[in-house]
Write a protein that binds this ligand. Sequence first.
Ligand code: PLP
Length: 365
Amino acid sequence: MKNIMVNRLDRGFYKYQSEFENKALEVLRSGWYILGKEVSAFEAEFADYIGTKYCVGVASGLDALWIAFRILGISKGDEVIVQGNTYIASVMGITINGATPVFVEPDEYFNIDASKIEEKITERTKAILVVHLYGQASNMKPVVDLCKKYNLRLVEDCAQSHGAKFDGQTTGSFGDIGCFSFYPSKNLGAFGDGGAIVTNDEELNNDARVFRNYGSEKRYYNRVVGTNSRLDEMQAGLLRVRLSHMQELEEEKRNISNRYLDELQSSSIILPRIREGATHIWHQFVIRVQRRQQLIDYLLEKGIGTMIHYPIPPHLSEAYRCLHIPKGSLPITESYAESVLSIPLYNGMTAEEQNYVIDVINRWR
Ligand SMILES: *Cc1c(COP(=O)(O)O)cnc(C)c1O
């Protein structure tokens, strides 16, 4: 029987096995493991890739988010607008600082519905957090305009959108700060945890750099109460290897996704769509299906794995009962949580595996 998992991280490793192994040995033998030349080189290369002046490596995507809001001075009493159907880390990045998330419904592309933002702006609103969910760039023009009009900070959660563009501009470079995760399953994945903050603002760059390292600019001189959130040399070195192949990796996933878009034809599923002006880097290929559990069981029986991103929206999560947002408050968000399904998609997925997934889904009634 076939066994096609929803993701295969080993395939991504074997694609460039010798390069990864050589880099790992180089770092091990260097005798320097935290904040060294690999991190500096990765920061320069990643800033260049995104098109920002600065990049600061941190320990995870969540750290990138909460440190971003911290250095922007967003805290208790402040509101941050974010889409309802995001991964819960986006919301934690806000609430760790004591600020309040204000949820907006998503559009048909799974990203924030920009036409529903303005009605949520109050005198407490300090920022908009845009999440480029599943790898597709959000509709940035109206968001940027609203931030200007109301003097709001703009933060982007790019944990799923490395290299995705809107109107030719790379996500992460639109606002004050772009936040990235290099969790192994992300499009630019490390072999452990990692994250980064990108910005064009020199002061924010300095603040992030100081904050990630105990608030220390000079050893044993601490300017602020910071944290320990550093990308390590091993992850930075391995990320540099992966980053050098990003174009090929992105193309491979795009080709598989285009096959799905062209060849999947079950009338019971809704395929993802791409907004005009946006690019999609296909972190996930997410379909919508009413009889979801039936499809999951059918695929499992045929040896095909799936995942739900995400079954419980943050406002209905036990962790956020304190927000007192009842079920039914965000009907589109909630209907997505009940109908979305991610099907297998990964670098190194063979044509035979793709054929099998397409064939099996097309035979579902
Ligand atoms: C993965 C992810 C994060 C968190 O990244 P970590 O590196 O796991 O902390 C934040 N936001 C979104 C949208 C994500 O997908």
